[in-house]
Ligand binder design. Sequence first.
Ligand SMILES: Cc1cc2nc3c(=O)[nH]c(=O)nc-3n(C[C@H](O)[C@H](O)[C@H](O)COP(=O)(O)O)c2cc1C
Length: 365
Amino acid sequence: MTPDQPSVNLQPTLRDYESRARAMLSVDRSAYFFGGAADERTLEANQQAFSKLVLLPRALRDVRGGSAGQVLLGQPMPHPILVAPVAYQRLVHPDGEIAMAIGAGAQDTAMVLSAQSSIDAAEIRAAGDTCNWFQLYWGPSRDANLALVSRMADLGFTAIVLTVDAPVQGVRDRETRTGFRLPPDIAAVNLAGMPDPQFAPLAPTESILFDRIAHITPQWTDVEWLCRNSPLPVILKGIVHPADARKAIEAGGSAIIVSNHGGRVLDTMPASISLLPAVARAVDGAVPVLMDGGIRRGTDVLKALALGATAVLAGRLAIAGLTVAGAAGVSHVLKLLRDEFEIAMMLTGCATLKDITPDILYRNE
Ligand SMILES: Cc1cc2nc3c(=O)[nH]c(=O)nc-3n(C[C@H](O)[C@H](O)[C@H](O)COP(=O)(O)O)c2cc1C
């Protein structure tokens, strides 16, 4: 029996959530939420790279008075685990993003609302104060982007997460094979009214990407402009190169999220955790460096912090909780993850987040 196949229907452990969620979803929705780009090498690598990192605990350290808390961008957080932006959550649960926000709030953490949320941001904010970062995909009109950001600021969001790693969608073979399509009642409702580029018919010699899309994809000048004009701090999600990390800070970014989009965009990129140390070195403490991709265990959170992350975001794990049991499932998953993380802190002799250094990683030398 593998840990993914519990013999009785008792309370799920962290490992059980994803398999239960997959079993509950139709094959095409399961492909959308749990699949990745192309051959899914990066999707696999994200978790495998965590498994390859092993821990070297220290004994008998004094951890009295310890805590997993910190202040992140002015917001006190009792633990360093946030919920990553994930599109169209009503596909897995009727209460979608509202249930996700309530579940995150129950564990005192922030949820990043996807630009492609299937519920209006005002409704989600009305359900609680915890969905407070808004994720933005750059649209073709600067003014429309800024109007959307300003609407989110008025609703009480406290930061904008600008995703820079997906100017076009990746090659998603699993979705193609299973025929995934959005049903007519699920849409990116917060983007209603945003200008849609009108494409004239394509000549046979033209490339849809280079001739029609390339000129509306964002550039560093757009990021600088947004950082200058946004009423909210801008966090750049999807930075993986140390030189880009430095540019992000120069452009006015308030934080960076090292991410390969959970292996959904460019396949055969390295695992996020492998990309983190060089970015953290380049940033050198100037801004918080968060990471996501492959977080499935509390020990993964510990390893990410050991390699320079200030905090992590969970994507599919939170989605699994939402699928299985709505807000209660999200809350339970986050609670299990936090508990596992705190156990791992104690077992490696780390009383605070500052004590989590590369020394806790075993090097076979
Ligand atoms: C189904 C799905 C939809 C996603 N939608 C978005 C999105 O709308 N915006 C975004 O910035 N990232 C999106 N992501 C990427 C996540 O924010 C995050 O980077 C990724 O899920 C982290 O990897 P993990 O799932 O292994 O935790 C999505 C991920 C998944 C699985």
